[in-house]
Design a protein around this ligand. Structure first.
Ligand code: ADX
Length: 202
């Protein structure tokens, strides 16, 4: 993990605090950290959850793997250290959103458990939901929505997760979505229920 580089910097306490923002928004800030293979349903379900939350009057924001790689993380590729830096930056952004009282929904492969734990450890335990989109590599390869597995098998993409780069399954996720068996709507409902049960939303 990155070391603190700057010296002579002071942490400021602000007049408006997290609890004030949460009172205003009538919800708690939290992070829904979707993880899973490419094609496992992360982005699709994340978007459906955001839609359901919006309808329910809740404020959320989706940070999506491919989109973030066009901007904030355009300087990063897919080797292990770039993937680490990708997830480190996203973790910090998601944490800021959560501190703002927003439900941050991230949809990144995030293949390493240690980095997912890094994000978990940034906030109170009850505000972090590692959400595992569970689908076999066979299913993901069959879906292949972007045609990337085909390219990876043909050797046109190197270090592709699940083919020639590793994916570490979550050890103890707060939510498991079996996307082989359940629809997008059913998975989204499972997430919403969990947020209600944990008093993140009403
Ligand atoms: S992560 O491993 O660093 O978390 P991230 O979620 O940001 O990955 O990006 C994954 C997306 O980038 C995939 O959904 C896919 O569209 C695209 N992609 C391009 N090259 C690769 C690769 N080598 N491995 C995995 N995904 C890739």
């Amino acid at each position: 993990m990155k070391e603190q580089k700057a010296t002579n910097v002071t942490w400021h306490k602000h007049k408006v605090e997290k609890k004030d923002r949460e009172t205003l928004l009538k919800q708690k800030g939290a992070i829904l950290w979707f993880t899973g293979l490419s094609g496992s349903g992360k982005s699709t379900i994340a978007n459906e959850v955001a839609y359901q939350l919006h309808k329910n009057g809740n404020f959320s924001y989706v940070l999506d793997g491919d989109n973030i790689r066009y901007g904030l993380n355009k300087d990063l590729g897919f080797n292990p250290s770039d993937r680490d830096e990708n997830i480190r930056r996203i973790s910090e952004v998601a944490h800021l959103l959560s501190e703002a009282g927003i439900i941050a929904i991230t949809a990144f492969i995030s293949p390493y458990q240690i980095l997912r734990n890094f994000c978990r450890d940034l906030q109170e335990k009850e505000r972090f939901f590692e959400t595992y989109c569970k689908a076999s590599i066979g299913t993901c390869e069959k879906r292949d929505p972007k045609g990337l597995y085909k390219k990876a098998r043909a050797g046109e993409i190197k270090e592709f997760t699940g083919i020639d780069a590793p994916y570490e399954k979550p050890e103890n996720p707060e939510i498991i979505l079996d996307t082989d068996r359940y629809t997008v709507e059913q998975c989204a409902e499972q997430v919403i229920k969990k947020l209600q049960k944990q008093h993140i939303i009403k």
